[in-house]
Design a binder for this molecule. Structure first.
Ligand code: ADP
Length: 547
């Protein structure tokens, strides 16, 4: 699909003409430099993970040209971000801020309103502003990736760990404001942030947490990265998954390096899924499990080899269960249905005693087997999990994209209680609807003591209009049916933001009305990321934007 001529050469912002838009772009170029404002009028190139576009969604689920920027602006400083925001207020042009735009599966860099100006913060604002060994914390700008932060810590030989998600190329700050997760004990990225600097939709600057108290040194409160809340309401939360501000700096706590041991359990019977979930709950609640472990269906063992689907199955439609089991039997871990990936932390003696508790808990499930990394070949996925769970960024998960030609993916990410009955309900919904729309079901569960993220990765061929249509229909059905059972998504692709937001409708949409009140107060001209997370500014409401 790359480099085909555009149907429309330039997508203008809503209510603009070529003349008004031209004048606006020229004005912005005067303010932040000609080369820092680039029109999106060339053919769209999907690229790949490390050369991802900032002009549209590389994993387009609708037409490639549907969710596109009119232009991309590259601020080099907080002052330039403020200039861009004031400019947008003057010309009524919607902005869509991204840190790096590698939010693949959730929309990438794509703006919700076609013709928005994407503000690519990451290209020029990519400094690590502070790295404090004693306090085990850092302050970063939007363009610092997990690889960047990791490399800097290695270069300075600091005894610190970062926490990264499955893929290490994204922005530390961008992932945290979108409430992404990783896999060390500090895997909840937003919960482990400390202090933010934010450009508000009208251009004012705000510091949250202890940074609101200037102290002797206007620029750096000594406790800014030590204590999360300041005095009064805890403001930070409203700047996550929202369109209330552009985050230009953010502090994070880092983990002190420690001993660690990754491992894997396999379970043979498909139907033991709810029993495995029940076994994990007390281990997680008592914190014997030090991080958020993953439970995966064995079909992913085929997928993470990086071999295409056709290597395993030549039929049409989803791979049947018996074929999956047959192939799994020939892989290092042998025949099984579910695979549990865990990591224990601490000194060798405590790791040993934790592992004994875990083994005895899982031994209640018939046929379970236990593996250490040394038990499986170097190429096995367990080695890559071991790295991620020790805060070492990797790119292994990209192998998923070999599954199909032109592969793109979309995540469905509902939250359910960690309980057998709920596990069964959500798994049944997923199984039934994936079969209905003829997609392979790839369940990965991130299981904590009280809730679990049941994440499915819908892999589709972006050159096939039929697959896109079916993937879209699958997603719409999944959101609706999960909501009926009381399960909501923790995050979703920009296209489903309205549908997901509308499922959180308790009290006559009390939550959305509250969000809209804040939105209208902070962004009266409605320029910042209209439609993000289903929040539309007044200027857009009731005009048919919601989908
Ligand atoms: P990644 O870290 O994966 O590259 P993105 O930069 O794509 O993440 O960020 C994910 C989403 O979070 C973006 O689409 C945008 O809506 C929002 N976002 C990212 N960075 C910022 C920021 N600095 N300020 C406000 N919102 C942001």
């Amino acid at each position: 699909p790359d480099s085909v001529p555009r149907k429309q050469s330039l997508r203008l912002p809503p209510d603009s003409t070529l003349e008004t838009f031209d004048a606006a772009i020229t004005a912005l170029q005067h303010q932040i430099g000609r080369s820092n404002v680039v029109l999106n009028d060339k053919p769209l190139v999907d690229g790949w993970y490390l050369e991802h576009p900032n002009t549209h969604d590389a994993f387009h689920i609708v037409d490639q040209e549907d969710l596109v920027a009119s232009a991309v602006a590259y601020p080099g400083s907080t002052e330039e971000v403020q200039k861009i925001v004031r400019w947008a207020n003057e010309y009524l042009i919607p902005l869509w801020p991204i840190s790096m735009g590698r939010n693949l599966g959730y929309g990438g860099a794509a703006p919700r309103v076609p013709g928005s100006v994407v503000v690519d913060l990451g290209k020029r604002m990519n400094r690590i502003l502070d790295l404090d060994e004693g306090n085990a914390s850092c302050v970063v700008e939007p363009g610092v990736s997990y690889f960047d932060l990791y490399d800097e810590i290695q270069k300075r030989k600091l005894p610190l760990w970062i926490d990264c998600p499955d893929l290490g190329g994204g922005s530390v700050l961008g992932n945290a404001v979108d409430r992404g997760v990783g896999y060390t004990p500090m895997g909840d990225h937003f919960a482990n942030h400390c202090g933010m600097e934010i450009v508000l939709p009208t251009g004012e600057l705000l510091r949250t947490g202890m940074g609101a108290l200037p102290g002797r040194n206007e620029t750096n409160n000594p406790t800014w990265q030590s204590f999360q809340a300041a005095y009064g309401p805890y403001t930070d939360g409203i700047f996550s998954q929202s369109n209330f501000g552009i985050v230009v700096q953010m502090g994070f706590w880092l983990m002190r390096e420690t001993g660690h041991q990754s491992y894997m359990f396999t379970f043979p019977r498909e139907e033991d899924f709810p029993n495995i979930v029940e076994a994990i709950r007390p281990l997680a609640q008592s914190r014997v499990l030090g991080n958020i472990p993953q439970l995966r269906h064995v079909v992913q063992e085929l997928n993470v080899t990086g071999l295409p689907k056709t290597h395993w199955y030549s039929g049409n439609g989803p791979i049947p269960r018996d074929i999956i089991r047959e192939h799994a039997a020939r892989l290092p871990m042998g025949e099984c249905s579910w695979v549990f990936y865990g990591t224990q932390y601490g000194d060798p003696a405590s790791i040993d005693s934790q592992l004994n508790i875990i083994k005895s808990t899982f031994s209640r499930i018939p046929g379970m087997k236990f593996f250490l990394p040394k038990d499986v070949p170097e190429t096995h996925y367990l080695h890559s999990r071991a790295k991620v769970c020790a805060g070492i960024p990797v790119l292994r998960e990209l192998d998923w994209l070999n599954w199909k030609p032109n592969a793109a993916h979309l995540f469905f990410s509902p939250i359910t209680p960690t309980r057998a009955a709920d596990a069964q309900t959500i798994h049944a919904i997923n199984t039934r609807l994936h079969a209905k729309h003829a997609f392979d079901l790839f369940p990965t569960l991130c299981i904590a003591g009280r809730e679990m993220h049941y994440i499915t990765n819908i892999i589709f061929d972006r050159a096939s209009a039929d697959e896109k249509r079916r993937a879209n229909a699958l997603m719409r059905d999944l959101i609706a049916e999960a909501a009926k059972e009381g399960y909501g998504e923790y995050r979703t692709h920009v296209l489903y933001a309205d549908q997901v937001a509308a499922t959180y409708c308790w009290g006559g949409n009390a939550l959305m009305r509250f969000n809209e009140t804040i939105k209208d107060a902070l962004d009266p001209r409605g320029v910042l990321a209209p439609g993000r997370n289903g929040i539309w500014p007044q200027r857009y409401r009731g005009k048919g934007w919601e989908i």
